[in-house]
Design a protein around this ligand. Structure first.
Ligand code: SAM
Length: 273
């Protein structure tokens, strides 16, 4: 597995500042609760960051277990948690094995794309399946991959103010062939500049459908906005609902397949012979 894309202590203040100003926040909770009740239900939020998604789900009435591989992120989350029902676990979500299952599993704000290869995405989806209660549902909150390609291969850069004291510059470069997106975030004030970066590998909806099936899950709904609009070619968001459809023991026995089937040939980067 590749190194997880996590934010170190130097980046946390800047990440938290950006994170608290951007969607989804309560939009995520509204979307999830339009499909599954949250009040009194258990939620596993994978990729907690400094808590924006977990807090929004807890504020909607859920009991949240939140997982992140970044200790500085979880420390910041702990300092902001107050009396919300949010338990934090420091772990890599790609091979997570908790003792409990949840009514809802969430991967918000492109966290699904931080599993870089198809095999890592399948591993992450298997994690999702392992932790869903019967009848539960998982929610992948993603930017529509087409959004990254609208600049036609050029890097894009946007600067905007955050409050009165900070400017944020986000620069993105999409590698069409590798489906990779490198994002550099710079937060500037009059006296300081902090930069951090993130590498994501996007997946299209047909790819997600296929990866989910391999992991024993099925896409049961796709929305184009947190308000529940249909997903269309013009949607900026790709909000995917997954449910476990196969008996789980099938998804827990991936290695029974011949290894040449582990990655479909069309995804192989090796030249064909
Ligand atoms: C895009 S942030 C999303 C944070 C939060 N859910 C939100 O909506 O603001 C993704 C988070 O996933 C975490 N992360 C990335 N790879 C991970 C891995 N393999 N295991 C656990 N956490 C991971 C990062 O540390 C980061 O906090």
């Amino acid at each position: 597995m590749s190194e997880p894309t996590v934010y170190d202590a130097a980046a946390i203040g800047a990440y938290d500042l950006i994170s608290s100003m951007l969607p989804p926040g309560s939009g995520l909770a509204a979307w999830v609760s339009s499909q599954r009740p949250l009040t009194g239900r258990s939620v596993l939020d994978l990729g907690a960051g400094t808590g924006v998604s977990s807090f929004a789900l807890a504020d909607a009435g859920a009991q949240v277990v939140t997982v992140d591989a970044s200790r500085p992120s979880l420390d910041r989350l702990g300092s902001k948690r107050g009396d919300r029902k949010v338990d934090a676990v420091e772990a890599d979500f790609r091979d997570l094995r908790l003792d409990s299952t949840s009514d809802v599993v969430t991967l918000s704000r492109n966290t699904f794309f931080l599993a870089q290869s198809h095999d890592e995405k399948i591993g992450l989806l298997r994690t999702v399946g392992r932790h869903l209660k019967p009848g539960g549902a998982a929610f992948l909150d993603c930017t529509d991959p087409a959004e990254y390609l609208r600049a036609d291969g050029d890097a894009t850069s946007v600067t905007y103010p955050l409050g009165r004291e900070h400017l944020v510059t986000t620069t993105q470069n999409a590698d069409r062939a590798a489906q990779a997106v490198m994002s550099v975030f710079m937060v500037q004030s009059a006296s300081a500049l902090t930069a951090f970066h993130e590498v994501a590998t996007r997946a299209t909806l047909p790819e997600i459908r296929l990866l989910a099936r391999i992991a024993g899950l099925e896409v049961t709904a796709v929305n184009g906005s947190y308000a529940g609009d249909d997903y269309t070619a013009r949607s900026r968001e790709m909000l995917v609902v997954l449910e476990a459809k196969w008996p789980l023991f099938l998804s827990l026995r991936p290695r029974a397949r011949p290894s040449r089937w582990a990655t479909p040939r069309c995804w192989s980067r090796r030249p064909s012979r």
